[in-house]
Design a binder for this molecule. Structure first.
Ligand code: HEC
Length: 228
């Protein structure tokens, strides 16, 4: 009884400490529900990222042709829709924004977003992009409730005006999905492979159990009983 109680209190303590760390900055994060297996969503996210974010942010650990291969976008479409300026299909995705210009305009350089979904988490980005509000005291007239005094303008303002709020949330989810993929392209294979391996182990477990039953059928009271 005592042991059960101790285990229970340790478990409760662990759960509480997790909940506290997850929410230590006091900001409620919305779930993006991004699904890495949804290829349409990833394709839409890639397009939106190039249209609305790549002017300022690089994702320099990624190349255009890798996106084309992984997301099933034909090379011709990658050239036409995703590459701006004189970029080549094998190039890494850098931003044309100069460091000097960025510092003059924003007071800081827009960070590279290759790994941002690993450092901040998809839900953080999802909430951040939907949390801009008007604030006259800021240089761009907007502030952000997730990243206080962010020096980034509301890049999706124009998209938000053209869409219903459900459509807008869905587009932001697609951008997050794309950034999740960019920060770990192997996820496309890894998650799927994980299910297959677990499925295989389950089948193996059933077979091993049946085999064990078959072997032990002839053993009674710890003694081998030969079949007569
Ligand atoms: C006009 C330039 C500009 C555009 C366009 C822009 N950003 Fe930013 N972004 C910035 C700047 C500058 C910061 C740094 C903000 C700060 O630290 O105050 C930033 C910060 C961020 C951060 C926080 C990164 C971190 O680790 O703190 C994320 C995430 C982000 N941007 C995502 C996006 C996405 C997604 C888009 C496209 C929808 C986008 N940004 C479009 C300029 C831009």
């Amino acid at each position: 009884m005592k042991k059960t109680l101790t285990t229970a209190s340790v478990l409760a303590g662990l759960i509480i400490s997790f909940a506290v760390t997850a929410n230590s900055n006091g900001i409620h994060l919305d779930h993006s529900n991004a699904d890495i297996n949804d290829q349409k969503s990833l394709q839409n996210g890639a397009q939106l990222f190039m249209d609305y974010c790549s002017g300022c942010h690089s994702i320099s650990l990624m190349r255009y042709n890798r996106i084309g291969e992984d997301l099933n976008i034909p090379a011709a479409d990658v050239r036409k829709n995703l590459i701006f300026g004189d970029g080549k299909i094998g190039d890494r995705i850098t931003s044309s924004l100069s460091k000097k210009g960025a510092e003059a305009w924003f007071g800081t350089t827009p960070p590279d977003l290759s790994l941002v979904s690993r450092s901040k988490g998809g839900d953080w980005i999802y909430t951040y992009l939907r949390s801009f509000y008007a604030d006259k005291s800021r240089p761009f007239g907007v502030n952000n409730s997730v990243l206080k005094n962010a020096s980034m303008p509301d890049a999706l303002w124009d998209l938000k005006q053209r869409k219903s709020s459900a459509e807008f949330d869905n587009d932001v989810k697609d951008i997050v999905n794309f950034l999740n993929y960019v920060s770990e392209p192997a996820r496309l294979v890894r998650v799927d492979l994980g299910y297959k391996v677990l499925g295989f182990l389950l089948v193996l477990l059933i077979l091993s159990y049946l085999l064990k039953k078959e072997y032990w059928k002839d053993v009674k009271y710890g003694k081998w009983k030969a079949k007569s």
